[in-house]
Unconditional design. Structure first.
Length: 213
């Protein structure tokens, strides 16, 4: 990877609150990175407005105009390479990724998930936690490996579930944790406190060991 400031691209599909938290951290000098691009599959999403207001370049696309996921990801990958993007940050991006992006950015693509993985992967993680009656949930930042929230974990932050919590109230309390944790993890990568090469090597060693059993 290049030296700081890292060049990052953020992928988002909705309102973009995590995008905003990252952009604010960059602006405040708490994150030694530049946001080179916002990638969004919904041209009218709120996050596009946020990026435009912040002066951040936006790449939008309409998936149904392409023959396949791989086809539009090839276009996205060309944009990322043209902008020499070091890290891809998924922040509420609601598209299933293919090998086109996952393999190109393996070890350099992050996601954030509202549970303590490996518990409650996939959609509606907060709802899942409440349905299972657990007392503690939280937030996980992990590398993307093409599976369902299955990549190596980089950081987690726990949150106690309170009596009377609903899906809405618990989500409200999780969001500030996401907004603090995600920029911090990116900064830890920039500063070397999290060594992604070592994380990938360790994951490969574990995978190789399992395959040899």
């Amino acid at each position: 990877m290049s030296k700081a400031p890292f060049r990052i691209a953020v992928f988002a599909s909705g309102s973009g609150s995590n995008f905003q938290a990252i952009a604010d951290a960059v602006k405040a000098g708490r994150l030694d990175a530049t946001i080179e691009l916002l990638v969004c599959d919904r041209p009218k999403a709120k996050v596009v407005e946020r990026a435009t207001k912040a002066g951040i370049p936006v790449y939008t696309f309409t998936p149904k105009e392409y023959a396949s996921r791989q086809a539009y990801e090839q276009d996205i990958l060309a944009e990322l390479r043209d902008r020499k993007v070091d890290l891809v940050i998924l922040a509420g991006y609601m598209r299933i990724l293919t090998e086109v992006l996952v393999e190109a950015y393996w070890g350099r693509m992050l996601n954030i998930h509202p549970s303590l993985l490996p518990s409650f992967p996939g959609l509606h993680a907060v709802r899942q936690a409440l349905a299972h009656g657990v007392k503690v949930t939280g937030v996980t930042v992990h590398l993307v490996d093409g599976g369902l929230d299955s990549g190596p974990i980089l950081a987690q932050c726990a949150l106690a579930i309170e009596d009377g919590d609903t899906e809405e109230s618990l989500e409200r309390r999780i969001h500030p944790i996401e907004h603090a944790l995600y920029p911090q993890v990116i900064q830890d990568i920039v500063q070397g406190a999290i060594d992604l090469d070592r994380v990938v090597q360790a994951n490969n060693s574990i995978t190789d060991g399992m395959n040899n059993q």
